[in-house]
Design a protein around this ligand. Structure first.
Ligand code: HEM
Length: 469
Protein backbone atom coordinates (compact mmCIF):
# COMPACT_ATOMS: atom_id res chain seq x y z
CA UNK A 1 0.00 0.00 0.00
CA UNK A 2 1.23 3.50 -0.75
CA UNK A 3 2.48 5.76 2.02
CA UNK A 4 1.01 9.21 2.47
CA UNK A 5 3.49 12.06 2.70
CA UNK A 6 2.76 14.10 5.84
CA UNK A 7 4.19 17.34 4.39
CA UNK A 8 2.74 19.99 2.14
CA UNK A 9 4.22 20.90 -1.23
CA UNK A 10 5.27 24.34 0.13
CA UNK A 11 7.18 22.69 2.95
CA UNK A 12 8.95 20.46 0.48
CA UNK A 13 9.76 23.35 -1.87
CA UNK A 14 11.21 25.40 1.04
CA UNK A 15 13.87 22.75 1.54
CA UNK A 16 15.13 24.22 4.88
CA UNK A 17 17.60 21.94 6.75
CA UNK A 18 14.91 20.73 9.12
CA UNK A 19 12.36 20.55 6.34
CA UNK A 20 10.95 17.09 5.71
CA UNK A 21 12.21 16.97 2.11
CA UNK A 22 14.06 13.70 2.43
CA UNK A 23 11.13 12.03 4.20
CA UNK A 24 9.17 11.87 0.97
CA UNK A 25 10.40 8.83 -0.89
CA UNK A 26 11.63 8.31 -4.38
CA UNK A 27 9.22 5.80 -5.91
CA UNK A 28 10.33 2.21 -6.47
CA UNK A 29 11.95 1.42 -9.81
CA UNK A 30 12.29 -1.69 -12.00
CA UNK A 31 15.99 -0.87 -12.64
CA UNK A 32 17.16 -1.29 -16.24
CA UNK A 33 20.23 -1.19 -18.48
CA UNK A 34 23.01 1.38 -18.05
CA UNK A 35 22.26 4.51 -20.11
CA UNK A 36 19.22 2.98 -21.85
CA UNK A 37 17.22 2.15 -18.71
CA UNK A 38 13.99 0.44 -19.82
CA UNK A 39 14.01 1.86 -23.35
CA UNK A 40 14.41 -1.47 -25.16
CA UNK A 41 11.73 -3.12 -23.07
CA UNK A 42 9.34 -0.24 -23.74
CA UNK A 43 10.05 -0.42 -27.47
CA UNK A 44 9.47 -4.18 -27.47
CA UNK A 45 6.17 -4.28 -25.54
CA UNK A 46 4.74 -1.04 -24.17
CA UNK A 47 1.61 -2.54 -22.59
CA UNK A 48 3.45 -5.53 -21.14
CA UNK A 49 6.01 -3.19 -19.62
CA UNK A 50 3.37 -1.00 -17.96
CA UNK A 51 1.56 -4.07 -16.63
CA UNK A 52 4.86 -5.30 -15.20
CA UNK A 53 5.37 -1.95 -13.40
CA UNK A 54 2.10 -2.52 -11.55
CA UNK A 55 3.86 -5.08 -9.35
CA UNK A 56 6.24 -2.36 -8.03
CA UNK A 57 3.49 -0.18 -6.53
CA UNK A 58 1.07 2.68 -7.15
CA UNK A 59 3.78 5.17 -8.13
CA UNK A 60 6.85 3.87 -9.96
CA UNK A 61 9.80 5.56 -11.65
CA UNK A 62 11.62 4.13 -14.69
CA UNK A 63 14.27 5.43 -17.07
CA UNK A 64 14.07 5.89 -20.84
CA UNK A 65 17.64 6.80 -21.71
CA UNK A 66 18.44 10.01 -19.84
CA UNK A 67 14.78 10.65 -18.86
CA UNK A 68 13.12 9.52 -15.64
CA UNK A 69 9.42 8.80 -16.06
CA UNK A 70 6.89 8.56 -13.22
CA UNK A 71 4.09 6.04 -13.67
CA UNK A 72 1.02 6.80 -11.54
CA UNK A 73 -1.32 3.82 -11.29
CA UNK A 74 -3.92 4.44 -8.57
CA UNK A 75 -7.14 6.46 -8.31
CA UNK A 76 -5.74 8.85 -5.67
CA UNK A 77 -2.81 9.63 -7.99
CA UNK A 78 -5.19 10.16 -10.92
CA UNK A 79 -7.19 12.62 -8.81
CA UNK A 80 -4.05 14.50 -7.83
CA UNK A 81 -2.73 14.84 -11.40
CA UNK A 82 -5.92 15.24 -13.45
CA UNK A 83 -8.24 17.01 -11.01
CA UNK A 84 -7.01 18.52 -7.71
CA UNK A 85 -3.63 19.79 -8.91
CA UNK A 86 -4.24 19.75 -12.68
CA UNK A 87 -2.83 23.26 -13.13
CA UNK A 88 0.57 21.88 -12.11
CA UNK A 89 0.60 19.46 -15.07
CA UNK A 90 0.86 20.30 -18.72
CA UNK A 91 0.48 17.85 -21.58
CA UNK A 92 3.45 15.50 -21.88
CA UNK A 93 5.32 13.16 -24.22
CA UNK A 94 3.46 12.04 -27.34
CA UNK A 95 1.08 14.97 -27.54
CA UNK A 96 3.99 17.36 -27.80
CA UNK A 97 5.11 15.34 -30.83
CA UNK A 98 1.68 15.84 -32.41
CA UNK A 99 2.00 19.64 -32.21
CA UNK A 100 3.29 20.14 -35.77
CA UNK A 101 0.02 18.53 -36.91
CA UNK A 102 -2.56 19.95 -34.53
CA UNK A 103 -0.79 23.17 -33.51
CA UNK A 104 -2.27 24.90 -30.50
CA UNK A 105 -5.71 23.26 -30.55
CA UNK A 106 -7.64 22.10 -27.47
CA UNK A 107 -5.66 18.89 -27.04
CA UNK A 108 -2.24 20.55 -26.88
CA UNK A 109 -2.78 24.17 -25.76
CA UNK A 110 -2.20 25.24 -22.17
CA UNK A 111 -3.22 27.90 -19.65
CA UNK A 112 -5.29 30.88 -20.76
CA UNK A 113 -5.22 29.93 -24.47
CA UNK A 114 -6.70 26.51 -23.63
CA UNK A 115 -9.26 28.02 -21.22
CA UNK A 116 -10.55 30.47 -23.84
CA UNK A 117 -10.72 27.81 -26.55
CA UNK A 118 -12.45 25.29 -24.29
CA UNK A 119 -15.04 27.88 -23.23
CA UNK A 120 -15.71 28.80 -26.85
CA UNK A 121 -15.89 25.22 -28.14
CA UNK A 122 -17.87 23.70 -25.26
CA UNK A 123 -21.39 24.78 -26.36
CA UNK A 124 -20.89 23.02 -29.73
CA UNK A 125 -20.28 19.72 -27.89
CA UNK A 126 -23.15 19.91 -25.37
CA UNK A 127 -25.77 17.15 -25.75
CA UNK A 128 -28.31 19.60 -27.21
CA UNK A 129 -25.97 20.60 -30.07
CA UNK A 130 -24.57 17.12 -30.62
CA UNK A 131 -28.07 15.62 -30.91
CA UNK A 132 -28.40 17.68 -34.10
CA UNK A 133 -25.77 15.47 -35.76
CA UNK A 134 -27.78 12.24 -35.38
CA UNK A 135 -29.15 12.56 -38.94
CA UNK A 136 -25.64 13.00 -40.40
CA UNK A 137 -24.48 9.97 -38.42
CA UNK A 138 -27.33 7.69 -39.54
CA UNK A 139 -26.84 8.77 -43.20
CA UNK A 140 -23.17 7.79 -43.02
CA UNK A 141 -24.12 4.42 -41.48
CA UNK A 142 -26.63 3.80 -44.28
CA UNK A 143 -23.96 4.55 -46.90
CA UNK A 144 -21.80 1.92 -45.22
CA UNK A 145 -24.70 -0.57 -45.27
CA UNK A 146 -24.93 -0.11 -49.05
CA UNK A 147 -21.27 -1.10 -49.34
CA UNK A 148 -21.67 -3.98 -46.88
CA UNK A 149 -24.65 -5.43 -48.72
CA UNK A 150 -22.54 -5.75 -51.87
CA UNK A 151 -19.83 -7.54 -49.89
CA UNK A 152 -22.43 -9.78 -48.27
CA UNK A 153 -23.85 -10.81 -51.66
CA UNK A 154 -20.31 -11.57 -52.85
CA UNK A 155 -19.73 -13.48 -49.60
CA UNK A 156 -16.51 -11.47 -49.08
CA UNK A 157 -15.39 -10.89 -45.51
CA UNK A 158 -14.82 -7.30 -44.46
CA UNK A 159 -11.85 -5.76 -42.66
CA UNK A 160 -13.53 -4.32 -39.60
CA UNK A 161 -10.90 -1.77 -38.58
CA UNK A 162 -10.78 -0.30 -42.12
CA UNK A 163 -14.58 -0.20 -42.18
CA UNK A 164 -14.85 1.50 -38.79
CA UNK A 165 -12.08 3.99 -39.72
CA UNK A 166 -13.82 4.85 -42.95
CA UNK A 167 -17.19 5.21 -41.22
CA UNK A 168 -16.00 7.33 -38.28
CA UNK A 169 -14.02 9.62 -40.58
CA UNK A 170 -17.05 9.97 -42.84
CA UNK A 171 -19.19 10.84 -39.79
CA UNK A 172 -16.69 13.34 -38.44
CA UNK A 173 -16.30 14.99 -41.80
CA UNK A 174 -20.11 15.22 -42.29
CA UNK A 175 -20.52 16.72 -38.79
CA UNK A 176 -17.62 19.13 -39.20
CA UNK A 177 -17.96 20.22 -42.79
CA UNK A 178 -21.35 19.04 -44.08
CA UNK A 179 -22.13 16.08 -46.36
CA UNK A 180 -20.61 17.41 -49.61
CA UNK A 181 -17.03 17.12 -48.39
CA UNK A 182 -17.00 13.32 -48.51
CA UNK A 183 -15.09 13.12 -51.80
CA UNK A 184 -11.94 14.58 -50.18
CA UNK A 185 -11.99 12.22 -47.24
CA UNK A 186 -9.33 9.99 -48.82
CA UNK A 187 -6.68 12.73 -48.64
CA UNK A 188 -7.53 13.25 -44.99
CA UNK A 189 -7.37 9.51 -44.22
CA UNK A 190 -4.02 8.99 -45.93
CA UNK A 191 -2.43 12.09 -44.41
CA UNK A 192 -3.62 11.18 -40.91
CA UNK A 193 -2.19 7.68 -41.28
CA UNK A 194 1.25 9.15 -42.02
CA UNK A 195 0.98 11.76 -39.29
CA UNK A 196 0.01 9.36 -36.48
CA UNK A 197 2.76 6.89 -37.44
CA UNK A 198 5.19 9.78 -37.24
CA UNK A 199 3.97 10.88 -33.79
CA UNK A 200 4.46 7.31 -32.47
CA UNK A 201 7.95 7.15 -33.87
CA UNK A 202 8.79 10.44 -32.14
CA UNK A 203 7.38 9.21 -28.82
CA UNK A 204 9.93 6.42 -28.54
CA UNK A 205 12.82 8.30 -30.12
CA UNK A 206 15.77 9.05 -27.85
CA UNK A 207 16.91 12.26 -29.50
CA UNK A 208 14.64 15.22 -30.03
CA UNK A 209 16.89 16.94 -32.59
CA UNK A 210 16.27 14.13 -35.16
CA UNK A 211 12.75 15.55 -35.65
CA UNK A 212 14.33 18.49 -37.50
CA UNK A 213 16.50 16.45 -39.90
CA UNK A 214 15.33 16.13 -43.54
CA UNK A 215 14.87 12.33 -43.32
CA UNK A 216 12.39 10.62 -45.71
CA UNK A 217 10.04 10.03 -42.72
CA UNK A 218 10.16 13.70 -41.64
CA UNK A 219 9.63 14.88 -45.22
CA UNK A 220 6.66 12.54 -45.67
CA UNK A 221 5.18 13.92 -42.48
CA UNK A 222 5.63 17.56 -43.59
CA UNK A 223 3.91 16.78 -46.91
CA UNK A 224 0.99 15.08 -45.13
CA UNK A 225 0.52 18.10 -42.85
CA UNK A 226 0.61 20.45 -45.84
CA UNK A 227 -2.06 18.39 -47.67
CA UNK A 228 -4.34 18.51 -44.65
CA UNK A 229 -3.79 22.22 -44.14
CA UNK A 230 -4.78 22.95 -47.72
CA UNK A 231 -8.05 21.03 -47.38
CA UNK A 232 -8.92 22.68 -44.08
CA UNK A 233 -7.96 26.21 -45.15
CA UNK A 234 -10.16 25.85 -48.24
CA UNK A 235 -13.11 24.90 -46.09
CA UNK A 236 -12.56 27.76 -43.64
CA UNK A 237 -12.39 30.29 -46.48
CA UNK A 238 -15.59 28.92 -48.04
CA UNK A 239 -17.44 29.06 -44.74
CA UNK A 240 -16.29 32.61 -43.95
CA UNK A 241 -17.54 33.71 -47.40
CA UNK A 242 -20.86 31.84 -47.16
CA UNK A 243 -24.01 33.91 -46.71
CA UNK A 244 -26.06 31.05 -45.17
CA UNK A 245 -25.16 29.52 -41.81
CA UNK A 246 -24.45 25.86 -42.66
CA UNK A 247 -25.58 23.41 -39.94
CA UNK A 248 -22.13 21.98 -39.25
CA UNK A 249 -19.53 22.04 -36.49
CA UNK A 250 -17.08 24.21 -38.44
CA UNK A 251 -19.74 26.93 -38.78
CA UNK A 252 -20.54 26.63 -35.05
CA UNK A 253 -16.87 27.14 -34.19
CA UNK A 254 -16.60 30.00 -36.67
CA UNK A 255 -19.46 31.81 -34.92
CA UNK A 256 -18.24 31.05 -31.37
CA UNK A 257 -17.36 34.20 -29.39
CA UNK A 258 -15.36 34.79 -26.20
CA UNK A 259 -16.42 37.21 -23.40
CA UNK A 260 -15.10 40.20 -25.35
CA UNK A 261 -17.09 39.21 -28.44
CA UNK A 262 -13.98 38.11 -30.40
CA UNK A 263 -14.04 34.94 -32.54
CA UNK A 264 -11.29 32.47 -33.53
CA UNK A 265 -8.59 33.42 -36.04
CA UNK A 266 -8.09 31.26 -39.17
CA UNK A 267 -5.02 29.74 -37.52
CA UNK A 268 -6.96 28.87 -34.35
CA UNK A 269 -9.80 27.37 -36.37
CA UNK A 270 -7.35 25.34 -38.43
CA UNK A 271 -5.77 24.00 -35.23
CA UNK A 272 -9.16 23.11 -33.73
CA UNK A 273 -10.33 21.36 -36.91
CA UNK A 274 -7.09 19.33 -37.10
CA UNK A 275 -7.44 18.51 -33.40
CA UNK A 276 -11.02 17.31 -33.77
CA UNK A 277 -10.05 15.18 -36.77
CA UNK A 278 -7.17 13.61 -34.87
CA UNK A 279 -8.91 13.24 -31.51
CA UNK A 280 -12.29 12.13 -32.83
CA UNK A 281 -11.48 9.71 -35.63
CA UNK A 282 -9.21 6.86 -34.56
CA UNK A 283 -10.47 6.85 -30.97
CA UNK A 284 -14.00 5.99 -32.05
CA UNK A 285 -12.85 3.62 -34.84
CA UNK A 286 -10.68 1.59 -32.45
CA UNK A 287 -13.43 1.45 -29.81
CA UNK A 288 -15.95 0.09 -32.30
CA UNK A 289 -13.52 -2.45 -33.75
CA UNK A 290 -12.98 -3.84 -30.26
CA UNK A 291 -16.77 -3.91 -29.71
CA UNK A 292 -17.28 -6.19 -32.74
CA UNK A 293 -14.41 -8.42 -31.71
CA UNK A 294 -15.64 -8.81 -28.13
CA UNK A 295 -19.25 -9.43 -29.17
CA UNK A 296 -18.19 -12.08 -31.68
CA UNK A 297 -16.13 -13.78 -28.96
CA UNK A 298 -19.05 -13.60 -26.49
CA UNK A 299 -22.19 -14.96 -28.19
CA UNK A 300 -24.32 -14.68 -25.03
CA UNK A 301 -23.67 -10.93 -24.82
CA UNK A 302 -24.28 -10.64 -28.55
CA UNK A 303 -27.69 -12.36 -28.21
CA UNK A 304 -28.69 -10.13 -25.28
CA UNK A 305 -27.85 -7.07 -27.31
CA UNK A 306 -29.85 -8.27 -30.30
CA UNK A 307 -32.81 -8.97 -28.03
CA UNK A 308 -32.61 -5.47 -26.57
CA UNK A 309 -32.59 -3.99 -30.09
CA UNK A 310 -35.63 -6.08 -31.15
CA UNK A 311 -37.66 -5.35 -28.02
CA UNK A 312 -36.85 -1.63 -27.94
CA UNK A 313 -37.15 -0.78 -31.61
CA UNK A 314 -39.32 -3.49 -33.14
CA UNK A 315 -37.45 -3.02 -36.43
CA UNK A 316 -37.79 0.79 -36.55
CA UNK A 317 -34.57 2.76 -37.00
CA UNK A 318 -33.29 4.22 -33.71
CA UNK A 319 -33.73 7.91 -32.84
CA UNK A 320 -31.93 9.90 -30.17
CA UNK A 321 -34.96 9.57 -27.87
CA UNK A 322 -34.61 5.74 -27.98
CA UNK A 323 -31.00 5.78 -26.80
CA UNK A 324 -31.55 6.04 -23.02
CA UNK A 325 -33.57 2.80 -23.25
CA UNK A 326 -30.50 0.87 -24.39
CA UNK A 327 -29.13 -0.13 -21.02
CA UNK A 328 -27.34 -3.27 -22.23
CA UNK A 329 -25.84 -1.59 -25.32
CA UNK A 330 -24.39 1.10 -23.06
CA UNK A 331 -22.89 -1.48 -20.74
CA UNK A 332 -21.32 -3.26 -23.73
CA UNK A 333 -19.71 0.01 -24.81
CA UNK A 334 -18.49 0.82 -21.31
CA UNK A 335 -17.03 -2.66 -20.86
CA UNK A 336 -15.30 -2.48 -24.24
CA UNK A 337 -13.73 0.87 -23.31
CA UNK A 338 -12.63 -0.66 -20.01
CA UNK A 339 -10.76 -3.54 -21.64
CA UNK A 340 -9.55 -1.59 -24.68
CA UNK A 341 -9.48 2.14 -23.86
CA UNK A 342 -8.64 3.87 -27.15
CA UNK A 343 -6.60 6.44 -25.20
CA UNK A 344 -4.40 3.97 -23.37
CA UNK A 345 -1.96 6.57 -22.05
CA UNK A 346 -2.43 10.05 -20.58
CA UNK A 347 0.96 11.80 -20.47
CA UNK A 348 1.71 14.89 -18.36
CA UNK A 349 4.73 17.00 -17.36
CA UNK A 350 4.98 18.43 -13.81
CA UNK A 351 5.48 22.21 -13.87
CA UNK A 352 6.55 22.28 -10.21
CA UNK A 353 7.49 19.48 -7.83
CA UNK A 354 4.57 17.59 -6.35
CA UNK A 355 3.88 14.77 -3.93
CA UNK A 356 1.73 11.84 -4.98
CA UNK A 357 0.87 9.18 -2.45
CA UNK A 358 3.93 10.10 -0.41
CA UNK A 359 6.37 10.07 -3.32
CA UNK A 360 8.20 13.11 -4.65
CA UNK A 361 7.59 14.02 -8.26
CA UNK A 362 10.38 16.41 -9.24
CA UNK A 363 9.85 19.65 -11.13
CA UNK A 364 9.73 19.00 -14.91
CA UNK A 365 9.15 15.24 -14.48
CA UNK A 366 7.27 13.22 -17.09
CA UNK A 367 4.23 11.58 -15.53
CA UNK A 368 2.20 8.80 -17.15
CA UNK A 369 -1.29 7.57 -16.33
CA UNK A 370 -2.53 4.52 -18.20
CA UNK A 371 -6.28 3.88 -18.48
CA UNK A 372 -5.30 0.44 -19.87
CA UNK A 373 -3.55 -0.73 -16.69
CA UNK A 374 -6.00 0.98 -14.31
CA UNK A 375 -8.97 -0.56 -16.12
CA UNK A 376 -7.47 -4.04 -15.70
CA UNK A 377 -6.06 -3.58 -12.20
CA UNK A 378 -7.18 -6.60 -10.11
CA UNK A 379 -7.44 -4.44 -6.96
CA UNK A 380 -10.30 -2.46 -8.50
CA UNK A 381 -11.97 -4.89 -10.89
CA UNK A 382 -13.30 -8.36 -10.24
CA UNK A 383 -12.14 -10.83 -12.94
CA UNK A 384 -10.42 -7.87 -14.45
CA UNK A 385 -9.42 -9.51 -17.76
CA UNK A 386 -12.92 -10.86 -18.52
CA UNK A 387 -15.56 -9.27 -20.76
CA UNK A 388 -18.54 -8.86 -18.46
CA UNK A 389 -20.79 -5.89 -19.37
CA UNK A 390 -23.02 -6.55 -16.35
CA UNK A 391 -20.30 -5.20 -14.05
CA UNK A 392 -21.61 -1.76 -15.06
CA UNK A 393 -25.11 -2.57 -13.81
CA UNK A 394 -25.85 0.21 -11.28
CA UNK A 395 -26.11 -2.16 -8.32
CA UNK A 396 -22.76 -3.84 -9.05
CA UNK A 397 -20.92 -0.67 -10.05
CA UNK A 398 -22.04 1.26 -6.95
CA UNK A 399 -19.16 2.30 -4.70
CA UNK A 400 -16.47 1.98 -7.36
CA UNK A 401 -14.00 4.87 -7.28
CA UNK A 402 -14.75 6.92 -10.44
CA UNK A 403 -11.04 7.55 -10.98
CA UNK A 404 -10.29 3.94 -11.86
CA UNK A 405 -12.33 4.28 -15.05
CA UNK A 406 -10.99 6.90 -17.44
CA UNK A 407 -11.88 6.14 -21.08
CA UNK A 408 -12.52 9.85 -21.62
CA UNK A 409 -9.90 11.12 -19.16
CA UNK A 410 -10.85 13.07 -16.02
CA UNK A 411 -10.97 16.59 -14.66
CA UNK A 412 -11.06 19.87 -16.60
CA UNK A 413 -9.11 18.39 -19.54
CA UNK A 414 -11.37 15.39 -20.04
CA UNK A 415 -12.64 14.68 -23.55
CA UNK A 416 -14.76 17.53 -24.92
CA UNK A 417 -16.10 15.21 -27.65
CA UNK A 418 -17.46 12.54 -25.26
CA UNK A 419 -21.14 13.23 -26.07
CA UNK A 420 -20.47 13.06 -29.78
CA UNK A 421 -18.40 9.88 -29.44
CA UNK A 422 -21.11 8.16 -27.39
CA UNK A 423 -23.93 9.22 -29.70
CA UNK A 424 -22.01 7.93 -32.69
CA UNK A 425 -20.92 4.68 -31.03
CA UNK A 426 -24.44 3.94 -29.73
CA UNK A 427 -26.08 4.53 -33.11
CA UNK A 428 -23.50 2.39 -34.92
CA UNK A 429 -23.74 -0.42 -32.38
CA UNK A 430 -27.53 -0.50 -32.47
CA UNK A 431 -28.02 -0.08 -36.22
CA UNK A 432 -25.41 -2.70 -37.15
CA UNK A 433 -26.78 -5.20 -34.58
CA UNK A 434 -30.30 -4.66 -35.88
CA UNK A 435 -29.29 -5.45 -39.45
CA UNK A 436 -26.35 -7.88 -39.46
CA UNK A 437 -24.94 -10.95 -37.80
CA UNK A 438 -21.16 -10.62 -37.70
CA UNK A 439 -18.91 -13.65 -37.28
CA UNK A 440 -15.14 -13.99 -37.05
CA UNK A 441 -13.25 -15.48 -39.98
CA UNK A 442 -10.51 -16.73 -37.67
CA UNK A 443 -10.56 -17.92 -34.05
CA UNK A 444 -7.22 -16.29 -33.34
CA UNK A 445 -7.13 -13.81 -30.46
CA UNK A 446 -6.73 -10.20 -31.46
CA UNK A 447 -3.81 -8.53 -29.69
CA UNK A 448 -3.85 -4.77 -28.97
CA UNK A 449 -0.99 -2.61 -30.15
CA UNK A 450 -0.59 0.76 -28.45
CA UNK A 451 0.01 3.38 -31.10
CA UNK A 452 -1.37 6.88 -30.59
CA UNK A 453 -4.59 4.94 -29.87
CA UNK A 454 -5.07 1.27 -28.96
CA UNK A 455 -5.21 -0.52 -32.34
CA UNK A 456 -5.75 -4.19 -33.12
CA UNK A 457 -2.31 -5.58 -34.06
CA UNK A 458 -3.69 -7.56 -37.02
CA UNK A 459 -6.68 -7.29 -39.35
CA UNK A 460 -10.06 -8.20 -37.90
CA UNK A 461 -11.81 -9.99 -40.77
CA UNK A 462 -15.55 -10.64 -40.31
CA UNK A 463 -18.30 -12.36 -42.27
CA UNK A 464 -21.60 -10.57 -42.81
CA UNK A 465 -25.05 -12.18 -42.73
CA UNK A 466 -28.41 -10.56 -42.36
CA UNK A 467 -29.70 -10.71 -38.81
CA UNK A 468 -32.88 -12.66 -38.14
CA UNK A 469 -35.45 -11.41 -35.63
C1 HEM B 1 -14.40 6.74 -28.11
C2 HEM B 1 -13.96 7.90 -28.52
C3 HEM B 1 -13.09 8.83 -27.74
C4 HEM B 1 -12.26 8.57 -26.68
C5 HEM B 1 -12.00 7.23 -26.01
C6 HEM B 1 -11.64 9.83 -26.31
C7 HEM B 1 -10.77 9.98 -25.24
C8 HEM B 1 -10.21 11.18 -24.85
C9 HEM B 1 -9.36 11.36 -23.69
C10 HEM B 1 -8.92 10.25 -22.74
C11 HEM B 1 -9.02 12.68 -23.63
C12 HEM B 1 -8.16 13.34 -22.54
C13 HEM B 1 -6.71 13.37 -22.95
C14 HEM B 1 -5.83 13.99 -21.87
O1 HEM B 1 -6.28 14.24 -20.75
O2 HEM B 1 -4.65 14.22 -22.18
C15 HEM B 1 -9.62 13.33 -24.76
C16 HEM B 1 -9.50 14.67 -25.03
C17 HEM B 1 -10.07 15.28 -26.13
N1 HEM B 1 -10.93 14.70 -27.03
FE1 HEM B 1 -11.61 12.79 -27.01
N2 HEM B 1 -12.08 10.80 -27.13
C18 HEM B 1 -12.97 10.25 -28.02
C19 HEM B 1 -13.67 10.90 -29.02
C20 HEM B 1 -13.56 12.24 -29.31
C21 HEM B 1 -14.33 12.92 -30.32
C22 HEM B 1 -15.40 12.28 -31.20
C23 HEM B 1 -13.88 14.22 -30.34
C24 HEM B 1 -14.32 15.37 -31.20
C25 HEM B 1 -15.31 15.37 -32.01
C26 HEM B 1 -12.85 14.33 -29.31
C27 HEM B 1 -12.17 15.49 -29.03
C28 HEM B 1 -11.29 15.64 -27.96
C29 HEM B 1 -10.60 16.90 -27.67
C30 HEM B 1 -10.68 18.19 -28.47
C31 HEM B 1 -9.85 16.67 -26.50
C32 HEM B 1 -8.98 17.68 -25.75
C33 HEM B 1 -9.81 18.34 -24.67
C34 HEM B 1 -9.08 19.39 -23.84
O3 HEM B 1 -7.91 19.20 -23.51
O4 HEM B 1 -9.73 20.38 -23.49
N3 HEM B 1 -12.70 13.12 -28.71
N4 HEM B 1 -10.36 12.40 -25.47
Amino acid sequence: MAKTCPYSLDEIRDGTPESPHSSCDTPPSPGGLPFLGSLLEVKRDRLGFLEKLQAFGDVVVFRMGPKSIYFVNCPAGVRRVLRDNYRNYRKGVGLTQAKPLIGNGLLTSEGLVWQRQRRMARPSFEPASVGGYAAAITSAIEVMFGRWDLERERKSPINMFSEMSRLTLDILVRCLFGADFVYRAETVERAFGIATQHAIHRMTSLFEFTARLPTPRNLRFSRAVKDLEEVVQDLITNRRDATDKAPDLLTELLHARDESGAGMSDKQLRDEVMTILLAGHETTACTLTWVWYLLAKNPVASKKLKLECDVTLQSHPPTTSDLPKFNYANMVLRETMRLYPAVWLIPRKAINADVIEGFTIPQGADVLISPYTLHRHPSYWQQSQEFWPERFEAIINRGRDPDVYLPFGAGPRACVGKNMALLEAQLILIMVTQRYRLTLVSDRNLIPIPLLTLHPATDLMMRLDLATS
